[in-house]
Design a protein around this ligand. Sequence first.
Ligand code: NAG
Ligand code: NAG
Length: 217
Amino acid sequence: MTALTFVYFALIFTISPLVGNAISGCNGPCNDLNDCSGQLICINGKCNDDPDVGTHICKSGTSPQPPQPSGPCKPAGTLTCGKKKRTTYTTYSCSPPITASTPAVLTLNDFRKGGDGGAESSCDNKFHENWELIVALSTGWFDNSSRCFKKIRIRASNGRSVEAKVVDECDSMHGCDKEHSYQRPCDNNIVDGSSAVWNALGLNKDLGRVNINWSMV
Ligand SMILES: *[C@@H]1O[C@H](CO)[C@@H](O)[C@H](O)[C@H]1NC(C)=O
Ligand SMILES: *[C@@H]1O[C@H](CO)[C@@H](O)[C@H](O)[C@H]1NC(C)=O
């Protein structure tokens, strides 16, 4: 074990004292996330930071740095997911304040039936096509459906922007169940866009998460 590897392990165990069955650390071999320690997940056979969690334990440098949830919005609690490998996520009922340029992380959602968006969109109880310019917003921004069918303008750092309609909630309070396609709860600063939104912004969907700004139209 090199000194650097040791530091990684020390860091992981310090950060995740609740996770007992650690196996591989950063860049260690794995078949699935059960083989990786702490909050790490298995990417291409190696344990790495989970871009959805936003940790930088392995400093892979491949994922964008999501804006840190800040301001008056404090966590609501935690949600522990997984039977074998248990991971604890922070839940939020609020989101950062909406401004004329609200920092957020754009993620990709499949709004179709059977897509990773889970159940029907909560604004209209319907599935949607991914060519529609539509988004789901984190629970706090979704504001108990008050933003349903409202238009938002999303601006990317490449200068491009697009208007999209709010049709669903990106649930920051619940997750890891069938209704949410077994996905973890959303961060509180997510604009979860359709494929059409990513295309209109000229963004590469393989990135998975991209920092954007948005505002109400
Ligand atoms: C959300 O809206 C429903 C229906 O209007 C209402 O009954 C409920 O109290 C609201 N919940 C919150 C947290 O505002
Ligand atoms: C968002 O807006 C802020 C200032 O309003 C700017 O500094 C930042 O670069 C913008 N981010 C993106 C991704 O465009």
